[in-house]
Design a protein around this ligand. Sequence first.
Ligand code: 3HC
Length: 324
Amino acid sequence: MDEQDEQRELARFQSIIDDDGRIEPRDVMPEGYRKTLIRQMAQHAHSEIIGMQPEGNWISRAPSLRRKAILMAKVQDEAGHGLYLYAAAETLGADRGELLDLLHTGRQKYSSIFNYPTLTWADMGAIGWLVDGAAIVNQVPLCRCSYGPYARAMVRVCKEESFHQRQGFEILHTLSHGTEAQHAMAQDAVDRWWWPSLMMFGPRDTGADAAPGGHTEQSMAWGIKRFSNDELRQRFVDMTVPQAEALGLTLPDPDLRWNEQRGSYDFGEIDFAELFEVIKGNGPCNRQRLEHRVRAHQDGAWVREAADAYAAKRAADRTAQGAA
Ligand code: 3HC
């Protein structure tokens, strides 16, 4: 494509963005747009597959067959979300093996939230209710992302996340209205998961706690992000506080109070230094999560080799048939 054609095509890209339309894999797009999408979709996918570990840890210790079946279904869903998102990244020419290598060697990220330990069964409730609840707030706008394959992947992911959030709420509701010890276990889990869940939305968009090299402004200009990190965080807080009341549990923030003027909840200061430390790899479980992931990848090498051998045989057979 010559310079003039490319300029025309990039102008077409911008007019699609300006008209709130969808960019598809074969459209000409700025390299920065493509790179941002691969970065975000890959790290989203990494988050999904690493996110299987904290909950997978409790499948064999679920308190009943029903809870075990629900938790197994949820963890399997997360694996599926990861596969959708790797497939979406591949539509932009990314190689899944390379993306996993970037994850395994710490050159790509996954969500900070999955670097915290799951200490009791109530953590399964807190993760479903808070972590998947936050994921829904973050992912529903992504259903309107300007990049078609990502937006379409999010539609199905969000439907499944709603089940994840609901089952978490139900676990906590059961415990919170159970024995004193069960109520205390539920409250302890919420106390440990509340602030890391607020950190899932990322650093502040502006000011001292903003991320160096933050992407929000450009991602919003490209219609990848529809709202800023702080806007979605506030939306999550406003949605979750009444749910905590319905659960009969308190949120560990003495500054949390309704602000009539703003029509939202004011809440306390988030320890962004903790977020940056966890992102840097210094969270409670970072090393364990990555070691487990690399080991699982290595243990699964035979499956990839078998699939490659089968694909090669099929291709050879087709060639032989074609030649006959
Ligand atoms: N954990 C780890 N890294 C984080 C982070 C977090 N909580 N918040 C921000 N970061 C990183 C960003 O990746 C970026 O680093 P990079 O340039 O190396 O990629 C840097 O900090 C600057 O942050 P920005 O906010 O400027 O970056 P983004 O514009 O990418 O916004 C985001 C961050 C809001 C997480 C955005 O990437 C996003 O919406 N991603 C899609 C949703 C997602 O990945 N959610 C993660 C959880 S998935 C999940 O919960 C699954 C559910 O089933 C449980």
